[in-house]
Design a binder for this molecule. Structure first.
Ligand code: PFF
Length: 446
């Protein structure tokens, strides 16, 4: 048994470069959550006040969770289902608890691929094609998107996930920056009473009276979803990261890039609405979820100079963002089935493709399930999954081992003060922060 474990550790697939590893992990983080969900969340929850809360949670709660998850993956060199089990000395409890990391990415994939499919549909629609709509068409786009995922996953860690992310992420970055530049330089339309700069002010001028428990819940849920925390993704990807990369630096880079992307995406969307729509604040707070990107933007694009080019470009960017994130959810159970079921990558991918096809079919044909699955996963399962990881590291794992993992052996020593601070965040602040938000959620929804 020890021999096969040693083989598995030795043969485990790896990312081939630091840049590749970063593109893949940032690719998982930057997704529909940044471009589709973040601008609407900001709109509905008081603009910059929400952004400030989001940044606060990202640093004091999400960053420690991220350090814990990547460390578990990299140290155990196995998938999310087996990581804590292996590190705990094979205690059954941790295997049972890690079932969560199989359920959550599946649940997210079921609905995420429907929105991913919509990005393809809207890409084609933006050329003015008259495409029929209806549940069966939605299913078709969804399955097409799911198929793109399966192809990449079957290619493997290096040749599939890493190679595609190294191409897609820089492309996504360039397009979103272009869109943001276009958005802030838009002249106001005849019907608008505000300008693009009012949109920028809306994003960056905080109104603290808007901060309520409800806003805090939304900000924490958004931060977890956006950083792909609590789903097993960072454990799985962490297990492909080389020992000599600095986990602390990688984690900061992920958090900053994700935040940067979300804010640039906000600038790409919100000032455009302020420049072109009458009563933009009402438009933003009334158009929850997909409506902002899939209904309001298609109305806004034709009104702007170069809109005919920018519209397909925007939906292409959305497609890239969605794909690099959904492959990370796909990979989590695939890695688990490969390791625990001792089957090939191809076979594991096909098994999961079958499971996802069933789940995605339900979400495509019964759209109500999308928001139900989203709420269960984002508001409950992701925070619980994240807390499980910090509780494991903070309370049940050797401090010396964790410190050595954070320091990559002794390549990047973690000083006493820094380590003490990280432990404080991991042991107390992150779990208590999530608990406080759960409690207020329970009392608020009564
Ligand atoms: N982080 C992704 C986004 O912002 O769209 C969504 C996501 C990916 C959530 C992977 C969870 C996950 F496991």
């Amino acid at each position: 048994m020890h021999c096969s474990k040693a083989n598995e550790i030795m043969e485990r697939e790896k990312f081939s470069s630091k840049f590749g590893a970063l593109m893949v992990i940032i690719g998982s983080a930057v997704g529909l959550g940044n471009i589709w969900r973040f601008p609407y969340m900001v709109g509905a929850n008081g603009g910059a006040a929400f952004i400030l809360l989001y940044i606060l949670f990202a640093v004091i709660i999400c960053l420690p969770v991220m350090l814990a998850e990547i460390s578990i993956g990299r140290k155990s060199r196995t998938n999310a289902f087996g990581g804590m089990y292996r590190l705990s000395g094979e205690k059954k409890f941790w295997k049972g608890a890690s079932l969560l990391y199989l359920v959550t990415p599946c649940l997210i994939t079921f609905f995420y691929c429907v929105i991913g499919g919509m990005t393809i549909e809207f890409f084609f629609r933006s050329f003015g094609l008259n495409i029929p709509s209806g549940p069966w068409w939605t299913l078709l786009w969804t399955l097409l998107f799911l198929g793109c995922n399966a192809m990449i996953i079957m290619g493997g860690v290096k040749d599939g996930i890493e190679r595609s992310s190294k191409i897609m992420m820089p492309m996504l970055f360039v397009i979103i920056v272009l869109m943001a530049l276009r958005s802030i330089t838009l002249p106001s339309s005849a019907e608008a009473t505000t300008g693009a700069l009012d949109g920028v002010k809306f994003l960056f001028r905080p109104d603290f009276s808007k901060i309520t428990a409800q806003t805090a819940i939304a900000a924490l849920g958004q931060a977890f979803f956006s950083l792909s925390l609590g789903s097993g993704v960072l454990m799985t990807y962490g297990s492909y990261v080389e020992r000599h990369y600095n986990v602390r630096t990688i984690s900061w880079q992920i958090v900053l890039s994700d935040m940067g992307f979300a804010i640039i995406a906000g600038i790409a969307v919100i000032p455009a609405v302020f420049a072109l729509k009458a009563d933009p604040a009402a438009v933003l707070s009334d158009n929850m979820d997909s409506a902002l990107v899939f209904e309001i933007l298609p109305e806004v694009f034709p009104m702007m100079p170069l809109g005919g080019v920018l519209q397909p470009l925007f939906f292409f960017a959305l497609f890239l963002a969605a794909l690099t994130s959904s492959i990370s959810q796909f990979e989590v159970p695939v890695a688990a089935v490969m390791n625990d079921g001792k089957v090939s990558r191809k076979k594991a991918s096909l098994i999961l493709l079958a499971v996802f096809t069933v789940g995605c079919t339900i979400c495509s044909l019964v759209p109500k399930t999308i928001s139900i699955f989203d709420a269960i996963a984002s508001n409950w399962l992701l925070p619980i999954g994240g807390v499980l990881a910090v509780i494991f590291i903070g309370w049940f794992y050797s401090k010396e081992e964790f410190r050595s993992e954070l320091s990559s052996g002794d390549l990047y020593p973690t000083g006493n003060r820094l380590f003490g601070f990280v432990l404080l965040l991991i042991k107390y602040i992150a779990p208590l922060g999530v608990l406080a938000i759960f409690l207020s959620k329970i009392f608020l929804t009564r």
